[in-house]
Design a protein around this ligand. Sequence first.
Ligand code: PLP
Length: 386
Amino acid sequence: MRSPLIRPLVHQLHAYVPGEQPKIKGLIKLNTNENPYPPSPRVLQAVKAAVDGRLRLYPNPTAQLLREKLAKLHGCGPENIIIGNGSDEVLAMAVRAFVEPVAAEVTRRRSSRQSVQYFHPSYSLYPVLADIHGAAKNAVPLNANFTMPSVAELKRGGLWNFNAALTLVTTPNAPSGRGYPTAGLEKLCRAMKGVVVLDEAYVDFARENAMKLALKYPHVLVARTFSKAYSLCFQRVGYFVGHPELIAALDKIRDSYNVNGLGQVAAVATLEDLKYYRANFRKIISTREELSRALTLLGFRVLPSQTNFILAKPPGKVPPASRRKGERRQDAGGTLTAKDWLQKLREKKILVRWFSQPEVKDYLRITIGTPDEAKALVRAVNAILL
Ligand SMILES: Cc1ncc(COP(=O)(O)O)c(C=O)c1O
């Protein structure tokens, strides 16, 4: 029996499913797009130095110092920036600030003001945020190769709602890793009547970013996070850059102390040591390219990536033992689905991510780790293929 104490909407919700965080000794964890390199020594030092009697005090409610530093970095003012408890929180705030819930009991008429729109596949949190808010969802398919349809194609397709209250674009895309040129994003933004969020969680690993659009158009917000490129998942710090009017609206619905004090300290110290992080971006990009080449040689179809992960279709056929070096197995070969690969890699203590949606079910999403982790993955794949 469903408890009448709980709203029917909440009964029907399917919560977001985060990647696993298992504590298996020796596990190579390539499933949640975490950075393989630790925060810079200066950041660790700053966080440690802040752990004292100050923990009894509330943190700065608006993360003022962090917003000032970010404003300098992005060439805008602190009034253009709002910080969240991870970018997930600012995304949730955007849904609450810009989208009307569907008032099921008052009227059945749907309007664009109630619509959260996004491409599919993209970040799987978006539909969950829409559902929590009771908003309408408009998930529009990307092209089959995960490129973004042009405005003309979206118009022809007839599914895209140019009046949607909120459009969320993961750029570069997750889970495909594809980068989207800023020129195409700008055309899309110009065609939209509602708010557009360009979710640039992975942009530090990409060739271009679209920050200038947030400072040019009053209806465009760019979301960034310290989680991926800046090795700070644990501290939960993300932000929006955009027009002061949108930022002020979001600020009204923000929890008073939404960004914890140690998170603020860590993020500020991060911005004072960007050289360290830029060197890490270069290492991750070069590991990504090397791993992509190695997996391609082993029969994987690896999509070009502009992120710190790759989406790769593993070979479905494993050759019979007689054609394999070493002839360690007696079987006549066989077929392996991507889900089988997930399991086989797990048995070899390598954790990657597999999604069940039809568009991506034949792929594995593999986070780029250290060069040694990439080598271990290639060895494990070789062993599975043997
Ligand atoms: C596209 C995208 N946006 C946002 C986030 C959330 O990041 P944060 O840790 O800042 O909440 C993620 C995390 O996986 C992501 O993949």
